[in-house]
Design a protein around this ligand. Structure first.
Ligand SMILES: NC(=O)c1ccc[n+]([C@@H]2O[C@H](COP(=O)([O-])OP(=O)(O)OC[C@H]3O[C@@H](n4cnc5c(N)ncnc54)[C@H](OP(=O)(O)O)[C@@H]3O)[C@@H](O)[C@H]2O)c1
Length: 238
C-alpha cells in the first residue's frame, strides 16, 4: 500500500520505519518540509513529501502530530481525497504538557471525535496506545507467547479492519476496540493505555475503563510523564 505519514517524530517516524520494512511505499511529511526529512527518509526507505503530497496519492494517511497542530494542517487537506482512503489518528491530548486547553475536548468530546471534526473526515484511532520504543522493539510474529496487543477504534468498520491488519503485520495482536464512540477507552491514562498488555488483558482493560474518569485518567498520565521527565533530568545530571 501507499501510506502517507504526517508527523515524522518519535511515533510517526517509528511507524514509517516499521511499515517501510513491510514493503509498503511510505511518504513522510512534517511541518518544516521535505528537505528537512531527506536523511531520515533515506535511512528508512521512505519518500520525503509535503503534507499535501503525503495525502493525495495515499491508500492510508496516518496523522501523528501534536493534537494542537491538527488545526495547523491545510484546510481541506483531505477534502479531495477519495472516500476509500483510511485516515489513522495517533494523536493524544496533553493539555498541560503540550497542547494547551482545547475547550471541546475538556467539555467531553472524545479526542478522535475532535480530530474527525477538524479534518472533516472519519478517523480510526490507533497506535496512540503504545510508546514508540515498544512499537520499534517489541513486535513479534503471530502466535508468539507474550505478544503485545493493540486496540483500534473507529468507523467505518472496513477501515478499522484495514488498520487491524496493519497492527498484526507490524507484530502486534489486533484487538477490535469498537467504533469511534468507544475510542475513549484507549485515551491517555486509561487501563488500556500503553500498558503493553496481551490480547485478553487488553480486552478486559478496555471493558474496565470508566467514562466518568476520562479527565482523571488524562491528568494521571500527564503526572506520570512529568515524573518520567524529572527522573531523566536527574539521570542526566548524575
Ligand atoms: N512518542 C510516542 O511514544 C507516542 C505514542 C503514542 C502516541 N503519540 C502521539 O502521537 C503524536 C505524535 O507524537 P510524537 O511523539 O511523534 O511527536 P514528536 O516527536 O513531537 O513529533 C511531532 C511531529 O509532528 C510534526 N508536526 C507538527 N506540526 C505539524 C504540522 N502542522 N504539519 C505537519 N507536521 C507537523 C513535527 O514536524 P516538525 O518537527 O517539522 O515540526 C514532527 O515531525 C502525538 O499526538 C503524541 O501524543 C506519541
Amino acid at each position: 500500500m501507499r501510506i502517507g505519514v504526517i508527523g515524522a517524530g518519535g511515533l510517526g517516524g517509528t511507524l514509517a520505519r516499521q511499515l517501510a520494512k513491510l514493503d509498503h511505499q511510505l511518504l513522510i511529511a512534517n511541518s518544516r518540509g521535505p528537505e528537512s526529512l531527506a536523511l531520515l527518509a533515506a535511512e528508512i526507505g521512505a519518500t520525503p513529501a509535503s503534507v499535501v503530497e503525503a495525502t493525495e496519492t495515499a491508500d492510508i494517511v496516518i496523522i501523528s502530530i501534536p493534537t494542537k497542530a491538527v488545526t495547523d494542517l491545510p484546510r481541506r487537506l483531505l477534502a479531495e481525497v477519495h472516500d476509500s482512503v483510511v485516515v489513522v489518528d495517533t494523536c493524544n491530548y496533553h493539555p498541560e504538557l503540550r497542547d494547551g486547553r482545547i475547550d471541546a475536548i475538556d467539555g467531553g468530546m472524545l479526542e478522535s471525535e475532535w480530530v474527525t471534526q477538524q479534518l472533516g473526515r472519519p478517523v480510526i484511532k490507533a497506535f496512540n496506545n503504545i510508546f514508540s520504543e515498544s512499537l520499534l522493539e517489541n513486535g513479534m510474529p503471530s502466535g508468539t507467547m507474550g505478544r503485545i496487543a493493540l486496540s483500534v477504534a473507529g468507523n467505518p468498520a472496513d477501515a478499522r479492519t484495514t488498520v487491524l491488519h496493519l497492527v498484526d503485520d507490524l507484530g502486534f495482536d489486533p484487538v477490535d476496540g469498537g467504533g469511534l464512540d468507544d475510542s475513549w477507552r484507549q485515551q491517555p491514562g486509561t487501563p488500556a493505555y500503553c500498558q503493553d498488555l496481551g490480547a485478553e488483558a487488553l480486552r478486559r482493560a478496555l471493558v474496565e475503563a470508566d467514562r466518568s474518569r476520562i479527565a482523571k485518567y488524562r491528568a494521571r498520565e500527564e503526572a506520570r510523564i512529568r515524573r518520567s521527565i524529572a527522573a531523566q533530568t536527574v539521570d542526566k545530571l548524575a
